[in-house]
Design a protein around this ligand. Structure first.
Ligand code: ATP
Length: 134
C-alpha cells in the first residue's frame, strides 16, 4: 500500500465540491489517513511548490492557493499516487478527460480543483510538509 498527498484547492472549497471530490476517492477504495481544512500563507505555498517557484505561472498560482481555505489530506491504497493522478485528470481542465475530477468539474488550467503528488518520493516529501506528525 502507498500514501499520497492530495489537496482540494481553494476553488473546490469555494464551489462546494469537497464532498463530490472526496466521494470519488472514497468510492475508488482509497483510505483517508489524514484530512484537514487549512489556510496557508505564501511561505507554505513556496515549500509545497518548491519545484515551480521560478516558473512564470507561479505568482498567480501562489496567490490562488493562499486565497482561502483548502482541504489537505493523505490518502492510501495500492498504487495510490498513480491512481489519484488518474482520477484527477490532466492539469488543464479544458483538456482533461470526462470522468476525471478536472474533466468533469474544471474549465481552467490554474483553478483545477485538486493536487496529487507526482511520485512516491514527492508524496513522502509533501506529507512531511503538510502532516509532520505522520
Ligand atoms: P498538481 O501538481 O497540482 O497535481 P499537475 O501535476 O497536473 O498538478 P503541475 O505541472 O505540477 O500540474 O503544476 C502545478 C499546478 O500549477 C497545476 O495544478 C496548476 O494549478 C498550476 N499550473 C500549471 N501549469 C499552469 C499554467 N500553464 N498556467 C496556470 N497554472 C498552471
Amino acid at each position: 500500500s502507498q500514501r499520497t498527498l492530495v489537496l482540494f484547492k481553494p476553488d473546490a472549497v469555494r464551489r462546494g465540491l469537497v464532498g463530490n471530490i472526496l466521494s470519488r476517492f472514497e468510492s475508488k477504495g482509497l483510505g483517508i489517513v489524514a484530512l484537514e481544512l487549512r489556510t496557508i500563507d505564501g511561505t507554505k505555498a513556496d515549500e509545497h511548490y518548491a519545484e515551480h517557484v521560478e516558473r512564470d505561472f507561479y505568482p498567480p498560482l501562489r496567490e490562488f492557493v493562499t486565497s482561502g481555505p483548502l482541504v489537505a489530506c493523505v490518502l492510501e491504497g495500492d498504487e495510490a499516487v498513480e491512481v489519484v493522478r488518474a482520477i484527477n485528470g490532466a492539469t488543464d481542465g479544458r483538456k482533461a478527460a470526462p470522468g476525471t475530477i478536472r474533466g468533469d468539474l474544471s474549465l481552467s488550467n490554474r483553478e483545477n480543483l485538486v493536487h496529487g503528488s507526482d511520485s512516491p518520493e514527492s508524496a513522502e516529501r509533501e506529507i512531511k510538509i503538510w502532516f509532520p506528525g505522520l
